[in-house]
Ligand binder design. Structure first.
Ligand code: DC
Length: 231
């Protein structure tokens, strides 16, 4: 049985925080697939400029630099040319362009292969450890055979509030409105793209976290995981 928990959902729905804590409690590894799209975006912005990115050039660049995921203390960290880019990929410059990167079919094929390889690597080390993978298409495209698939949702306003407080900004009405609109625009781009759009797998467990604390949503997923992955 594939030891993967797929956690999908829109931007700022708490996927990565949830996935990281679930992995920690289960003693599993955590893979944030968005980090790979972000690392590719950073690499393209730095090496190919801001203009149109030919798909093959991106994939060649990714192989050459390389852009990759490295397992450190149970967490896959994004690297570009041997440097950890976990912080660098979170800035506005990357965030503004990442949907464009994620809409390129050849890029998705490359990213999906990296994810499958990462999971194979964990399996090859033996033991009962699995991988909690979070993203937009993990349950639908990358690991459709994952025994547990979660689709997290929350209203755009609530997600905007969480994002602002995470950044240490004041959660004021006007800022929430603007952040909420930006999130909704990114959700629309991710949901309406022709390839691997953001949507729940038919057998995903839907979890609306609008009124849940992080601790509550983590506890719920861990409980489901213990039922699905005995031993
Ligand atoms: O989760 P995030 O904000 O770091 O994701 C960055 C972008 O990558 C987001 O716009 C959607 C895209 N993405 C995707 O298309 N498929 C995934 N599995 C993960 C992220």
């Amino acid at each position: 049985m594939l030891r993967v928990i797929a956690i999908d959902g829109p931007a700022a729905s708490g996927k990565s925080s949830t996935a990281g804590l679930v992995a920690e409690r289960l003693g599993w590894a955590h893979l944030d697939s968005g980090a790979l799209y972000r690392a590719l975006t950073l690499a393209a912005l730095d090496n190919l400029g801001e203009e149109a990115w030919p798909a093959q050039q991106i994939v060649d660049l990714a192989e050459r630099l390389p852009v990759r995921l490295v397992l450190v203390d149970n967490r896959f960290r994004p690297e570009v040319a041997g440097a950890d880019v976990e912080q660098a990929i979170r800035g506005d410059r990357v965030t503004r362009s990442v949907s464009m990167m994620a809409a390129i079919p050849e890029v998705r094929t490359w990213v999906n292969a990296q994810q499958r390889r990462a999971v194979e690597g964990v399996k090859a080390r033996g033991g009962s450890r699995g991988v909690v993978v979070d993203g937009r298409d993990i349950g639908t495209v990358v690991f459709p055979e994952a025994p547990l698939k979660i689709f997290l949702t929350a209203t755009a306003d609530e997600r905007a509030r969480r994002r602002l407080s995470q950044r240490g900004q004041t959660v004021d009405g006007e800022l929430v409105r603007r952040e909420s609109q930006a999130l909704a625009a990114r959700d629309a781009a991710d949901s309406n793209r022709p390839i691997a759009p953001l949507k729940p797998a038919p057998d995903a467990v839907l979890l609306d976290t609008t009124a849940l604390t992080l601790e509550q949503q983590v506890a719920r997923v861990v409980e489901l995981a213990r039922g699905r992955f005995p031993g």
